[in-house]
Design a protein around this ligand. Structure first.
Ligand code: LMR
Length: 334
């Protein structure tokens, strides 16, 4: 076909086809973990349901494993509108100026998922997400990952065993304080760089929920894992506010529904995925897994407890008290 005729045909088609048939609304959803993790699976599920519920008007493209952006870059990309949706861990919001999110990093703040959900699925969580709005970000949901373990190339049984270890942390001042409380030298690093840093000895160890450790193959370069459950790692699913506010009402409604369903998928399966990951680490035979005695765990808890008070003014006493009220946490009882 001659070039002129092709151009004419394309003009005629674009004038007559329904708009949605030609131009689906694309949502780029970038994240830094593997597809087979709680976040990766929930993102895929959201993409599928968003497509189904909008009958193809919305196409969610999921980019896992830091394929598009690393930690810090993805937050900037969201604000600039280069991607529309992310689910960064809660530790990664403070650099935006929303320090309240670092409350989730406080050691031993939640004893279990139930206590955590009192916060994330209730009024306190809702108020926290609202704090993102002035940053041009709309918070849609909290997704779980799980409770963290320490890994390194040395056995970690007693509090003294951690002293002098260099460990990778996420960009959170609370995690920095938590590590210093037990004599660990913390080093902030993007998630995508951790495996190599462990392999080459740039850092000695790190902390992770088991699904992250296993899917990044960190167990292959860490000889010891101590199942401490000393802290929580979870996510806020966020969108670029301008993009979100500009969506047609019916699309909005469908995406809200898809997000409600995806949140259920994330939160119903996170625990199981982490348990499976731990079993796989064990089966690999590469990492020795240690479960601290109740006394050892209590000693760790006591050593880290002062971090709550130290970080109170940074996080905000009001936010902290609201969380404690939901969970019944009482540092003075340690
Ligand atoms: C990390 O950097 O360790 C985590 O935030 C990665 C993630 O998204 O789970």
């Amino acid at each position: 076909m001659a070039l002129g005729a092709a151009a004419l045909l394309s003009t005629v088609l674009s004038a007559t086809w329904p708009v949605q048939a030609q131009t689906p609304i694309v949502i780029k959803f970038s994240h830094v973990v593997a597809a087979d993790t709680p976040k990766g699976r929930a993102a895929e599920f959201f993409a599928k349901r968003a497509g189904e519920l909008t009958k193809g008007r919305v196409k969610v493209e999921v980019y896992p494993n830091s394929q598009l952006y690393k930690d810090k870059e993805e937050m900037e990309a969201l604000q600039l509108g280069s991607v529309q949706m992310l689910a960064p861990s809660l530790s990664k919001f403070a650099p935006l100026g929303v320090k309240e999110f670092e409350a989730f990093d406080l050691p031993f703040i939640f004893d279990n998922y139930q206590e955590l959900h009192q916060v994330t699925q209730g009024a306190v969580g809702k108020a926290m997400l609202a704090k993102l709005e002035p940053k041009g970000i709309t918070g849609l949901a909290f997704w779980d990952n799980g409770f963290k373990s320490f890994s390194s190339n040395k056995p970690m049984h007693k509090v003294e065993d951690y002293k002098g270890l260099k460990m990778r942390i996420q960009s959170s001042k609370v995690l920095d304080a938590q590590m210093r409380a037990i004599g660990v030298v913390p080093q902030v690093m993007a998630f995508s760089e951790v495996y190599q840093a462990l392999q080459t000895g740039v850092v000695d160890g790190t902390e992770n929920p088991h699904s992250n450790l296993y899917t990044q193959k960190m167990h292959e370069v860490q000889k010891h894992l101590t199942v401490t459950d000393h802290g929580y790692l979870g996510y806020a699913v966020v969108v670029n506010k301008k993009f979100w506010d500009g969506l047609p009402v019916d699309v909005h409604k469908a995406l809200d529904q898809a997000m409600t369903e995806a949140t259920k998928v994330a939160n119903d399966h996170a625990r199981q995925l982490n348990e499976e990951a731990l079993a796989k680490v064990k089966a690999s035979g590469k990492t020795e897994i240690y479960t601290p005695t109740p006394a050892e765990r209590l000693a760790l808890k006591k050593a880290m407890a002062p971090v709550h008070k130290q970080m109170e003014s940074r996080i905000g006493a009001e936010t902290l008290q609201a969380i404690y009220k939901e969970t019944g946490f009482d540092a003075s009882k340690l």
